[in-house]
Design a protein around this ligand. Structure first.
Ligand code: NAD
Length: 378
């Protein structure tokens, strides 16, 4: 099996998640390539300490430039606050490393555009993180919707990602609640890529958008012990769009919410056609609902089990979870990097990431002007 040496920049919540996915790589079957975490850079020394338990990590630094000079590193994974994306992604690309970038791929559209341009001028293989399409139910919807003709006329697409944690006003604020760190797009940047990845891959590109954006609590206690931190980001977004699905315009509603009562990490997609449709939500992670219009109108329930896109040792009747889809996403990244992805679903491309930013910029404009905004993709 080929090994790929990974250097990680930002070892926080997502950095640790990726490290654990690599550590149990043996869970995947017939995988010709294996990632090995060899280096971690984080400005916080306490964060670095956690990685001492991973024997393959031979370089731990607070200055990521030192990691970029390490000739043994093939791929960089970068998971830092959004305001740092552009500089670090450009530095990774200019250092000649491949990159799995975290979403939203720059703090705004301008940053995403510059990252795309640098990628085009380089030989670096660059993709952006988004793992939910690797859930078996999401993947089944994708496979079925590559040809929507059997669904009749697709009337609606509803996709979203809902969290509830911000409902608690005593939850301390971190950088994700500050526009200065996560950008003016707020929750659109935080959760938006997860919602648009499948529609954009299916070429269901919003042509117009009308946005309703809401803010949450304006003040919270600080995570560093501060009595009060001003929170100025958008917390909830409902984007009402029109997109061509098959031969017809469909109403596509995209929701990203950090104030969704009862939702922990609920990702969903629903496609409703006159003859058929699909409904999948991580709230019922094994269950795919399929609509069929025959003599009767039926919603059929299918229990999918552990039918991930890339085969694993886990028994077929078991459940898939977040750590599994993170690992599946890495498998897709590494296979595509090696030219071995074939017809499998791949990670977000730089061009798709830029399109998502075009949509989010238009959503901000819609909010500011209370108007429907037309989208034109470059
Ligand atoms: N794919 C997903 O499901 C998912 C989930 C959560 C977050 N994310 C994304 O991951 C990224 C990081 O989010 P997180 O939740 O892990 O944040 P986090 O705050 O837990 O971790 C960020 C880490 O970056 C470090 N850091 C900051 N500046 C740095 C620099 N210049 N050099 C090196 N390290 C630096 C911080 O010390 C911190 O440890 C964001 O882009 C976020 O949107 C993705």
């Amino acid at each position: 099996m080929d090994t790929v040496n990974v250097g990680m920049i930002g070892g926080g919540l997502m950095g640790r998640e990726m490290a654990s996915a690599f550590a149990r790589w043996c869970a995947l079957q017939d995988m010709p390539v294996q990632p090995v975490l060899v280096a971690v850079a984080d400005t916080n020394e306490d964060v670095l300490e956690w990685f001492q338990k991973i024997p393959s990590v031979t370089q731990q630094v607070t200055d990521y430039h030192l990691l970029l000079r390490n000739p043994d590193i093939d791929v960089c994974y970068v998971a830092v606050p959004h305001t740092f994306h552009e500089q670090i992604y450009l530095d990774v690309i200019n250092a000649g490393k491949d990159l799995l970038a975290e979403k939203p791929f720059g703090v705004n559209q301008g940053a995403a555009q510059r990252i795309v341009e640098a990628t085009k001028k380089s030989d670096s293989f660059v993709r952006c993180s988004s793992e939910f399409p690797f859930m078996p139910g999401a993947h089944a919807v994708y496979q079925a919707c590559r040809d929507v003709a059997p669904l009749g006329r697709v009337l609606e697409v509803n996709a979203g990602f809902h969290h509830a944690s911000d409902l608690d006003p005593s939850k301390p604020a971190n950088w994700k609640r500050l526009s200065s760190m996560c950008g003016d797009i707020g929750v659109l940047g935080d959760l938006g890529m997860h919602v648009v990845h499948l529609p954009l891959r299916l070429r269901w590109r919003p042509q117009t958008v009308y946005a309703q954006l809401q803010k949450g609590y304006p003040r919270r206690p600080g995570s560093g012990g501060e009595a009060e931190v001003i929170c100025d980001t958008w917390d909830n977004a409902a984007l009402h769009t029109w997109a061509m699905v098959g031969d017809h315009p469909a109403a596509m509603r995209l929701e990203m919410k950090r104030l969704a009562p009862g939702a922990t990490n609920t990702w969903y997609i629903e496609v409703l056609g006159t003859d058929g449709g699909f409904r999948y939500s991580t709230r019922e992670p094994k269950t795919l609902w399929t609509f069929e219009r025959g003599d009767h109108q039926e919603w059929k329930r299918t229990e999918l089990g552990f039918s991930t896109p890339f085969k694993a040792v886990t028994g077929g009747i078991f459940e898939v979870g977040f750590p599994d889809i993170i690992q599946q996403m890495w498998a897709a990244y590494l296979l595509e990097r090696g030219g071995l992805l074939g017809d499998h679903f791949g990670c977000v491309t730089p061009e798709e990431a830029l399109m998502s930013h075009q949509l989010f910029s238009a959503a901000l404009e819609s909010e500011q002007t209370s108007r429907v905004i037309q989208l034109r993709y470059a």
